[in-house]
Design a protein around this ligand. Sequence first.
Ligand code: SF4
Ligand code: SF4
Ligand code: SF4
Length: 293
Amino acid sequence: MRNQSLSSFLPALIGTLVGLILYASVGWWGFLLIFPYIGGCITVGILVSSRFQGAKKDIGRRIAILAISPIFLVFLGLLQRENLQLEETIFYGAFFLSSGIFTRVLIHYAVAKVCGPLIWGRGFCGWACWTAAFLEWLPINENVSIPQKYTMLRYPVLLLSILVPLIFIWTGYDYVRHQIDPAHGKEGQLIWFLVGNGIYYLAAVILAFVFRKKRAFCKILCPVSLVMKPASSLARIRKRPTHNKCISCNKCNEMCPMDVDVMGAISFGKAVTSTECISCGQCSNVCPVGAVK
Ligand code: SF4
Ligand code: SF4
Ligand code: SF4
């Protein structure tokens, strides 16, 4: 129990270390706020969860993801005018290729969407995504599985998310300058932040109610989920079987917000390797015999 309490503080510790390393490397004070805050929220979430049993344990994670969202939406989005959406990252990727300057948006992608998933898989999706932060609190009790055919829609959306910024870059140099240049107040970024996130939220809420699943958007439309899959397939931290025997009750599958076949892996004594897993921990929370850790 004492070990478990101590490990709860790991996210805060890691967040603080990452913040210090990035501050020392890049020299921007914001890193000292962002990463320790995110790590601290996750630690608080884990501590809150430890006071509950079963499915109710999820409340800690839902509080954490909601508390983290203002860092992305208010501090970075509105105050710093940094839009961290995928489409914006394409602009900055092109900027990096032409100027060699590695901006904060790219640092976010590198940490949360590419390098981080090598260790903790899609933990960003489960614990820090500002889109999912609000979906988690929608008044929807069902968790209906999304048919496979709908999940393929993410691929054309990803293509669109890459092509649209590229078309802007090819056809409108002045627009790109307004996007990325602080001398222009980064006004293009603010507009893109408001419009882009508005579209994501609207689509996400509609899909959640239509499909009776809070994270329907993650399964059907979100292009970022595909970006994270390759690194997530190599993740070190996964849901694994314990020494307790699975009784094939199917509760984990019923509760999984991402339709992962947890029972299919755990009942055969195998780790969950699906790149759809967002490390929410709900399968462990609801398992009646403690067969998943
Ligand atoms: S799949 Fe997309 S919307 Fe869902 S949590 Fe991940 S990044 Fe956020
Ligand atoms: S497999 Fe478990 S940890 Fe992963 S998304 Fe499903 S319920 Fe969450
Ligand atoms: S892992 Fe646990 S919740 Fe899932 S089927 Fe086995 S016993 Fe049931």
